[in-house]
Design a protein around this ligand. Structure first.
Ligand code: HEM
Length: 398
């Protein structure tokens, strides 16, 4: 489907076949990203990875991430830290179980996931709690998700009709203050986290074009990593736990079915095209926006048969559908050269937390509620979070 969003031509992709044409056959043509006006002041003029246009700068950063940050050995080296955080978490749930308390699982799981992933990105997260990074990132995500007139009718940007510019400036200042402290700390004491790894390249040239990994570049990548990891992994955890309470067992299939029905980024991250192209007789001009509607693909009866609305993990039995961007029926992490580099880390964290939650505890809903009465309302955002927190009573059974 082709539409116009203000002055920007746009294409909405809503079937696996067409997604494959855009994200595989013509991957590089559509591998750029649009400029989001709200992000310009947040990133101090130096972009990170996720929202950066395709080119030598993005390619060098992406290569650095793949070779230094998301390697299997780096992810594995944080296993003891994940285990430690998880042990504390299980202990606190055991206390709640002994006291027969209902717990706010959404909040608890959100904090647990944040600790696990931020430990890897920033190191000693407890020390940085005063900056309230989670709250700042939530506000940032809201602003990236909100429909900003200036992204589609650029001359309106000067008027800041929605007050977004002013809000982002304040947000940018808060983030910068936090990141300055964090980077200064890491310069005093070398650790094994992402920031320390990036600092080994500080002020070095990253490609023959003369791009430098300077302080602002490290800050921008760090913001990208925090934004890309916090709510992304928490949202499927909440949805999956809710479904596991209804249908205990089958972890792998539950995670796939969760990401089919509740894709964290329902429209992926928009792509921008870099040249004119004709696809299936349809002319798509350079600088068109491409929005891949994975939410619609996940609910298409032609792809998944008639029970699309039903949470039915068994649909994956004997079907070799993986989550790594090759099977266009299920691409919650995107595909092609912009495929999510954090997907393996995300899947390890989500499965580890879920496995512990259902292995050690039975879950009882408050006030004798039955699982079918659970509130399944979704909330508007660039992610797909649950509208209301999930609360339940843990019953320790080990
Ligand atoms: C369940 C959790 C997650 C989901 C569903 C998810 C999904 C996505 C999607 C859909 C994209 C865009 C892909 C495209 O344009 O084709 C993306 C990009 C990205 N993700 Fe994730 N993500 C998750 C977790 C993470 C984590 C834990 C990290 C890092 C710690 C991360 C880092 C990134 C980065 C840096 C990009 C930008 C890649 C680029 O533009 O080159 N993600 N993610």
């Amino acid at each position: 489907m082709s539409i116009r969003l203000g002055s920007v031509p746009a294409v909405v992709v809503s079937s696996p076949e067409v997604a494959e044409i855009f994200l595989k056959t013509h991957d590089v043509v559509f591998a750029s990203r649009p400029k989001f006006q709200v992000l310009q002041s947040i990133y101090n003029g130096k972009m990170g990875i996720a929202f950066t246009e395709y080119g030598p700068y993005w390619r060098s950063l992406r290569k650095f991430c793949n070779q230094q940050l998301f390697t299997a050995s780096k992810i594995e080296s944080f296993a003891p830290s994940r285990k430690e955080v998880l042990t504390h978490f299980i202990e606190s749930l055991k206390e709640a179980a002994a006291a027969k308390e209902v717990v706010n699982i959404s909040k608890k799981v959100g904090n647990l996931n944040a600790k696990m992933i931020l430990n890897m990105i920033l190191g000693p997260v407890k020390k940085y709690e005063e900056f309230n990074l989670k709250e700042i990132i939530e506000e940032l995500l809201y602003m990236v998700g909100v429909f900003n007139l200036a992204d589609f009718v650029p001359f309106l940007g000067a008027f800041d009709l929605q007050g977004l510019k002013a809000r982002t400036r304040i947000l940018g200042e808060k983030l910068d203050k936090a990141l300055e402290t964090i980077i200064n700390d890491h310069q005093q004491q070398k650790l094994d986290d992402f920031i320390s790894t990036m600092l080994t390249e500080l002020n070095k040239q990253i490609n023959p074009n003369g791009d430098i990994m300077d302080r602002n570049c490290i800050k921008a990548i760090t913001i990208d990593m925090i934004v890309a990891s916090l709510d992304t992994s928490t949202a499927p955890l909440e949805w999956a736990l809710l479904e596991l309470i209804k249908h205990p067992r089958y972890l792998d299939m539950v995670v796939k079915e969760t990401l089919r029905l509740y894709p964290v980024t329902p429209m992926l991250i928009p792509r921008d095209s870099m040249e004119d192209i004709v696809i299936d007789g349809c002319y798509i001009p350079k600088k068109s926006r491409v929005i891949v509607n994975v939410w619609a693909i996940g609910k298409d009866p032609n792809v998944w048969s008639n029970n699309v609305e039903e949470f039915f993990p068994k649909r994956f039995v004997n079907r070799n559908i993986e989550l790594h961007g090759h099977d266009f029926k299920l691409i919650p992490f995107g595909s092609g050269c912009r495929l999510c580099p954090g997907r393996k880390l995300a899947l390890i964290t989500v499965k580890l937390i879920l496995a512990q939650l259902v292995h050690c505890f039975d879950w009882e809903l408050p006030g004798g509620m039955s699982p079918n009465e659970l509130d399944m309302t979704e909330k508007f955002s660039s992610m797909l979070p649950r509208k209301n927190n999930l609360c339940a009573k843990p019953i320790y059974r080990m």
